[in-house]
Design a protein around this ligand. Structure first.
Ligand SMILES: [Mg+2]
Length: 249
């Protein structure tokens, strides 16, 4: 970081309690910007079917072992399907009996995830939501365990590409959650100090990533696979969804 950036950080305004004011927000995608149950449960069924090569009984086993009840679609908080990246989910499905190789599964999943953007369901009007935050002066980014291509496709489809200062997927070179790399990459891209950053997500790996990077604020939302109980320990605030974010900034 340059001396100019250091000086900027020191000069950043404090809130009335003397804390660094939040100037940047790094959002998780699935379960945070996109409604998890509507967007991902149908995809999970297809993932299981592909991983099992069409064997329905094996598909049920694979889904159950990686975190989703095949009858109800309920996804266990912080399970592989709730929180894993493509490679982690593929490894889990192989351990649960998938006959496919890790390479074949990963390619199949990445293609399916990229297509999933076409029928994903946003939590709110994301174009208006991001435009409002941008107009208020915030620097904005998305950090997801999905691949970068899917994130950019989601931003394009819902009209907030131009509002983003930073995008990181598991394949973007910043490491994976809950490591701090995606937050540090956002800081490097925006010139912000981690204490000026809020991380918003639906899983503990989002919040732990934020804490590992030393962010000023961790915010959990309940539009994903987490519950108030599962998220309370690592969240400064637990909100129903991102439209309540203004209350805690
Ligand atoms: Mg998520």
């Amino acid at each position: 970081m340059s001396d100019a950036h250091r000086a900027d950080t020191k000069a950043a305004p404090l809130d009335p309690a003397g804390r660094q004011r939040i100037a940047g927000i790094l959002f998780d995608k699935d379960g945070t910007l996109l409604d998890y149950a509507k967007s991902w449960v149908p995809i999970n069924y297809e993932l299981g079917r592909r991983a099992a090569r069409g064997d329905e009984a094996l598909a049920r086993t694979i889904l159950a072992e990686t975190g989703m009840d095949p009858d109800t679609g309920y996804v266990t908080p912080d399970s592989l399907l709730a929180a894993g990246n493509t490679v982690e989910i593929a490894e889990g499905m192989i351990a649960a009996g998938s006959p496919l190789s890790l390479a074949d599964l990963t390619i199949a999943f990445d293609n399916l995830f990229a297509m999933a953007a076409d029928y994903s369901t946003p939590v709110t009007d994301l174009g208006a939501f991001f435009a409002g935050l941008k107009a208020a002066g915030y620097r904005l980014g998305v950090a997801s365990s999905d691949n970068e291509r899917s994130i950019r496709e989601t931003a394009r489809r819902f009209g907030f590409t131009d509002c983003l200062d930073f995008v990181a997927g598991y394949d973007s070179g910043y490491g994976i959650k809950p490591e701090p790399g995606m937050v540090l990459g956002f800081c490097a891209a925006t010139g912000l100090d981690p204490r000026q950053v809020a991380v918003v997500g639906d899983n503990n790996h989002d919040l732990h990533m934020g804490r590992a990077a030393g962010v000023g604020l961790t915010v959990a939302v309940l539009t994903g696979t987490g519950s108030p109980q599962s998220l309370a320990a690592a969240a400064d605030h637990v909100l129903a969804d991102i439209t309540e974010l203004h209350r805690v900034l």
